[in-house]
Design a protein around this ligand. Structure first.
Ligand code: PLP
Length: 225
C-alpha cells in the first residue's frame, strides 16, 4: 500500500466536485506524513493537541495543520500560534478562548462550527437547535480574531447508509440556512467538512467541500491516544 497512491486515487475521484481532501494523520508517525509531503501534499488533519504540536515542530513549516478532534479550551494556547483551521469548535466558550489566544498571537484563526448530527452522545458539537441561535446571536461578531468559514459534522458510526445519508442532508440544510441567515462580518458559510474513510463519497454527493480521510490513506490505526 502506498500513501501517495491512496491520496492520488482519492484526489482523482474528487476532481470537479469542489471538495478538498484533508488527509487525517493522527497516530501516524511523521515519516509517513513526510512521504505524502514529499509528493506535494501539504495539508494534514490531526486530533490530539500534543501530537499536533510535536508534528508541527518536527515537520516542514509550510504545512497547513487542521485540528479536527475535540479541543479543550485550556489547550488552545498550544496550537494557536500555527493552526490553519479548527474544524471542531463545539461551544461558545471554546470559540471565545480561540479568539483570546489568536489575539495574543496577533492572528485571525479560521474555524468551523461542529454540529452534532450523529445519534451517539459521545460525539460533540452544537445541537441543531442551538446552532442557529448561536450564529444569529451577537457573540461571533464580537470575536474579531476568529473567522468562521463553515460547519463540520460527523455521522453515526453505522453500516446503515440511509442513517448517514439523512444526517448529511440535515447538516447540509443547516449549512444552507446559516448561509442565508448569517449577518456576522467575521463569518461565512462556504466550507462544509463532512465525510470520512467509509462515507466520503456519499458526503461529496451531498455537498461536502472537505473530506477528512485517515485510514483509507494511512492504513488502520492500531492504537488510540
Ligand atoms: C479520525 C477522524 C477522521 C478520519 O477517520 P477515518 O475513518 O480513519 O477516515 C475524520 N474526522 C475526525 C473528526 C476524526 O476524528
Amino acid at each position: 500500500m502506498s500513501i501517495v497512491q491512496n491520496i492520488k486515487d482519492i484526489e482523482i475521484e474528487l476532481e470537479n466536485t469542489g471538495a478538498k481532501l484533508i488527509p487525517v494523520s493522527k497516530t501516524k508517525p511523521a515519516e509517513l506524513l513526510l512521504e505524502a509531503y514529499n509528493a506535494g501534499h501539504k495539508v494534514f488533519g490531526e486530533n490530539y493537541v500534543q501530537e499536533l504540536v510535536d508534528k508541527y515542530e518536527q515537520m516542514p513549516k509550510d504545512i497547513e495543520w487542521h485540528m479536527i478532534g475535540h479541543l479543550q479550551s485550556n489547550k488552545v494556547k498550544y496550537i494557536a500560534p500555527f493552526v490553519s483551521l479548527i474544524h471542531s469548535v463545539d461551544s461558545a466558550k471554546l470559540l471565545q478562548e480561540i479568539n483570546k489566544q489568536a489575539l495574543k498571537n496577533n492572528r485571525i484563526i479560521k474555524c468551523l462550527l461542529q454540529v452534532h448530527i450523529a445519534t451517539e452522545d459521545t460525539k460533540s458539537g452544537f445541537d441543531t437547535s442551538e446552532i442557529v441561535a448561536f450564529v444569529t446571536s451577537d457573540v461571533i461578531e464580537s470575536l474579531k480574531n476568529v473567522e468562521i468559514i463553515g460547519l463540520m459534522g460527523m455521522s453515526t458510526f453505522t453500516d446503515d447508509k440511509s442513517v448517514v445519508l439523512d444526517e448529511f442532508r440535515e447538516l447540509k440544510s443547516i449549512f444552507e440556512m446559516l448561509k442565508a441567515e448569517n449577518k456576522n462580518s467575521n463569518a461565512k458559510f462556504v466550507e462544509l467538512s463532512m465525510g470520512m474513510s467509509d462515507d466520503w463519497q456519499l458526503a461529496v454527493q451531498e455537498g461536502s467541500t472537505m473530506v477528512r480521510i485517515g485510514s483509507k490513506i494511512f492504513g488502520n490505526r492500531n492504537y488510540t491516544l
